[in-house]
Ligand binder design. Structure first.
Ligand SMILES: Cc1cc2nc3c(=O)[nH]c(=O)nc-3n(C[C@H](O)[C@H](O)[C@H](O)COP(=O)(O)OP(=O)(O)OC[C@H]3O[C@@H](n4cnc5c(N)ncnc54)[C@H](O)[C@@H]3O)c2cc1C
Length: 709
């Protein structure tokens, strides 16, 4: 008799607990002869060349991003996913089942299963193929391809709801449309503590339908070989992508990883429990804007992104603590005392994650467009949006007369990525990311704002850099947050919210511990303002710190004339008033800024002057701080060649320049600009040449940088 198999393509749901498909097959085990969970490392997102052992060329194009040509999955996430997949496989094996690991694309693997699956020499019918629905155009394409294959095979195709979110899609009442403002959405859903569904129990040993013998399962199509141990899998996935920049500095001695992420369901739960037990959840509201160390936030993001745990499991663990129903938490302050400010704030963040996914559902590939979610133009009538002139590193896409020119922007990007901009908080965050795959939410906001709003560089270069390096990369959360901070997403304040990275560093890195630990070369500098912006240091101080020749001092990408000790000028609504030349004001910051004092401040914007050093170019900005700091004012940043120029003189020069360009009062010129679509329509690898060009164009500056790092 022909056997009937259900094939389950697992993607970002690498867990057996709270898993509706696994629970369903356990409950209906008599309906299927075989249950075959399969995980496929997708060739478009993960570089697979390390799995080819016989020197055959990789049949798939390099897994690189559409705009910048960076690797789609860098070493940190490649390792984390491999560990999570392996842990999932071992867990299923411990239940008497198993997991098939394959690479390529899901539809091809599904086809090979339909053609070649046997059991005891008998042909097996693939009666059903199930998947969980995921956001992302590539994911949707896979779903359609498998559905169409099922049509050909006469097999059942079922797309299950992705249940790793806080609120179940089926319970979210949003009327006709998802509100474009998060607060409106949140208010519709409150009270949050009442809403999530229960957790689905994990199957017990022996409760799943049979898993076939390995010999019955169609082999991995050539030329790839699937390693037999986790170490081999990690090595094969990490090896091709680990040299993502040419000179990766050594891991700084005093730096601490925010969390040594190890993939897997158990590791995720262990982190969740430990964070409740350490009082981290209780304190979360006060600590969540931290930058340094393992305890300021949950560090659950990577586990949530790969579906090793679900947001409702987090919620239920919190409920057990709040309701006093888990003796494991007995004795911890707040046990049995209901929701507190910390646990409430965690739920709030989890709802943000839900919301960003719902926005992705609503806006689709608009997530990847330079103009973002903007809809104030008629695309069908051939109109293009009025946008600020984003600067790009490639001549083809650059606007005529782009200043700085594309080669210079390529150099800026190289230094932005390497963490050598000269802006302490930005550089520390970029180095932390490079070394560990993680950086805090606060740092991410500053980094994104710096690229998009201080340097005016096409924000997608930053989003793709994050896509490569973040261990917790999630397509919806990453692109929505980048759009939000870059002023093209769902932030009601859009373009006018600008983070001042120096003020932010003073606020959130009060002793400079974070910046100093990730930028050890700055550790000899005493003054915090110098650590946070190297070009503000005196020549004597940089000389004695051995940094006089460092490009971060000589040629910072940005000079922010930061006034320490000035009085804040506060308007009636509690916002900072217009800058002295009428730059727009920004008041209390919202999301993803989260705190009421982001230091988000609009400064006067100028075009980019060439600095005096040969080939150098910095962007100069005069930003006043609110006067929380009583130290003496420092505004005399050295001009690129190390000489000094009074700030008034500098600003006068740029004022006249911006007046000449019709760019006064901090107003951006809005003209139409080329729209380069990203993954949806642009396709993978469309701009793949960028990284190579970039390396060629900045060779000389790299040589300088590495001496300073
Ligand atoms: C430019 C930028 C890019 C980002 N890219 C990603 C990404 O690719 N993947 C990702 O998971 N988060 C992303 N975030 C959101 C946020 O920075 C991380 O979720 C958070 O720093 C992860 O650390 P944590 O788990 O300790 O978070 P916690 O502060 O402990 O928050 C708890 C959980 O809430 C969710 N959450 C918190 N803040 C946000 C937010 N702003 N948006 C969506 N979900 C949130 C996460 O799932 C997080 O694990 C990005 C933020 C910015 C500003």
């Amino acid at each position: 008799m022909t056997k009937r198999a259900v094939v389950h393509f697992c993607r970002r749901e690498l867990r057996v607990g709270d898993n509706s498909i696994i629970n369903h097959v356990a409950d209906h085990r008599n309906e299927y002869d075989l249950y075959i969970p399969v995980y496929v490392f997708p060739s478009s997102q993960v570089e697979l060349s390390g799995l080819i052992k016989d020197g055959t060329p990789n049949p798939f194009p390099p897994a690189k991003s559409a705009v910048a040509g960076y690797w789609r999955t860098g070493p940190h996430r490649a390792k984390f996913i491999a560990e999570s997949v392996w842990a999932f496989k071992e867990k299923l094996e411990s239940l008497g089942s198993g997991l098939v690991i394959r690479v390529g694309n899901i539809a091809d693997i599904a086809r090979s299963f339909a053609q070649g699956l046997t059991d005891d020499g008998q042909k097996v019918d693939v009666g059903a193929i199930w998947m969980t629905s995921h956001e992302g155009s590539e994911e949707k394409k896979d779903e359609r391809a498998v559905e169409s294959l099922c049509g050909d095979l006469g097999a059942e195709f079922k797309l299950w709801v992705d249940e790793k979110y806080f609120l179940d899609d089926r319970d979210v009442k949003i009327g006709d449309e998802l509100p474009n403002i998060f607060t409106t959405y949140r208010k519709n859903q409150e009270p949050l503590r009442e809403k999530p569904r229960g957790v689905i129990p994990a199957p017990t040993k022996g409760s799943l339908p049979r898993f076939p013998a390995n010999s019955s399962i169609p082999v991995q199509p050539a030329p790839f070989t699937i390693p037999e141990a986790l170490e081999g899998l990690v090595e094969a996935l990490v090896m091709p992508v680990k040299h993502f920049i040419s000179d990766i500095p050594p891991f700084p001695e005093n730096a601490v990883s925010a969390h040594p992420f190890k993939g897997g369901e158990e590791a995720g739960h262990a982190r969740l429990m430990a964070f409740i037990e350490s009082q981290g959840m209780n304190r979360y509201k006060d600590t969540r804007n931290g930058l340094f160390g393992p305890e300021f936030s949950t560090k659950l993001s990577a586990y949530l992104a790969q579906g090793c745990i679900t947001a409702r499991q987090v919620h239920h663990a919190l409920l057990a603590f709040e309701d006093g129903t888990n003796p494991r938490f007995e004795g911890i302050e707040g046990y049995g005392k209901g929701e507190n400010e910390g646990t409430k704030a965690v739920r709030f963040e989890l709802l943000w994650r839900d919301y960003m996914r719902l926005c992705h559902q609503k806006f689709g590939d608009k997530f990847f467009r330079l103009e973002g979610l903007r809809t104030d133009y008629n695309e069908e009538a051939g109109e293009t949006p009025k946008m600020k002139h984003w600067k790009v590193p490639t001549g083809k896409e650059a606007r005529d007369g782009q200043n700085p020119p594309p080669q210079k922007i390529a150099e800026f990007l190289e230094r932005f990525n390497a963490g050598t901009t000269g802006m302490g908080l930005i550089d520390a965050s970029q180095r932390e990311l490079m070394h560990t795959g993680y950086t805090s939410n606060r740092a991410r906001q500053n980094v994104a704002s710096f690229l998009a709003k201080h340097l005016d560089i096409d924000w997608r270069y930053g989003a793709e850099w994050y896509e490569m390096l973040l261990v917790d990369y999630d397509v919806s959360s990453n692109w929505a947050n980048w759009q939000y901070v870059s002023g093209v997403g769902n932030d009601p304040r859009g373009d006018i919210r600008i983070f001042n990275p120096i003020k932010q560093a003073f606020d959130y890195d009060k002793e400079g511990k974070y910046v100093r630990s990730w930028l050890p070369e700055l550790s000899k500098l005493e003054k915090l303002e110098n650590v946070f912006q190297l070009c503000s240091a005196s020549v004597e101080d940089v000389k004695s710190a051995g940094l006089a020749e460092n490009p971060m001092f000589l040629n910072p990408l940005k000079r922010i004339h930061f006034v320490v000790g000035a009085s804040p000028r506060v308007n009636k609504r509690g916002g900072l008033r217009r800058g002295r030349r009428g730059s727009p004001a920004v008041g209390r910051a919202g999301r993803p800024g989260r705190s009421s004092s982001d230091g988000a401040q609009a400064g006067d914007r100028t075009d980019c002057p060439e600095s005096q050093a040969s080939g150098g170019a910095s962007l100069v900005e005069d930003v006043r701080t609110s006067a929380l700091y009583t130290r003496s004012q420092h505004t005399d940043a050295p001009i690129a060649n190390g000489s000094y120029r009074a700030p008034q003189e500098v600003m006068a020069r740029f004022l006249s320049r911006s007046a000449r360009d019709g760019n006064q009062n901090g107003q951006t010129n809005y003209r139409g600009s080329a729209n380069r679509s990203s993954r949806g329509s642009g396709g993978l690898g469309r701009h793949n040449g960028y990284q190579e060009k970039l390396h060629a164009s900045v060779q000389s500056s790299q040589a300088q940088q590495s001496s300073g790092v």
